[in-house]
Design a protein around this ligand. Structure first.
Ligand code: FES
Length: 151
């Protein structure tokens, strides 16, 4: 009997502990503090990329991870890599433009957001349906053999 009670107590704690990060993941993420002191090169750059940061050369996925006609979410990097047609890879921010949830990996021909069912284009990240009205920002990538890295 005590074993059952203890297991119940642990299960309850685990459910609470798991719930906290999920809520945090759905909120707006403002903790992207980059320390750019501007030492070194000219630093006069507005490179025009709006992918929210990340390191050039960061390995995002292997080509085999990304389904043809689908997408693969790299949750740590908050990037979704798509393969609209075989061998054609694109990448976008994985943060939904509606309320900031992470979109999901899919084989269904679009990039779905689980929170309110917005769907985005594999080709250009534009919204196809749902409440989101803005496109997912493009992320520049380099595909070298089987390796997909941030450009
Ligand atoms: S946060 Fe993605 S549809 Fe609402």
């Amino acid at each position: 009997m005590t074993t059952i009670n203890r297991r119940r107590a642990l299960t309850g704690s685990a459910a609470i502990a798991v719930g906290v990060p999920v809520l945090a993941a759905c909120g707006s993420d403002s903790s992207n503090a980059e320390d750019s002191t501007g030492s070194g090169d000219s630093g006069s750059g507005d490179s025009g990329s709006s992918d929210g940061g990340g390191t050039s050369g960061e390995v995002l996925a292997s080509a085999a991870d990304v389904p043809v006609g689908g997408c693969f979410v790299v949750s740590g990097a908050k990037v979704v890599v798509t393969q609209p047609t075989e061998g054609d890879f694109k990448a976008f921010t994985a943060v939904c433009t509606h309320q900031g949830c992470l979109v999901e990996t899919s084989t269904e021909g679009d990039i779905p957001c689980p929170c309110h069912n917005s769907k985005f284009s594999l080709d250009d990240g534009s919204p196809i349906s749902g409440p989101a009205s803005a496109a997912l920002a493009a992320v520049d990538i380099t595909v070298d053999g089987d390796s997909i890295t941030r450009a």
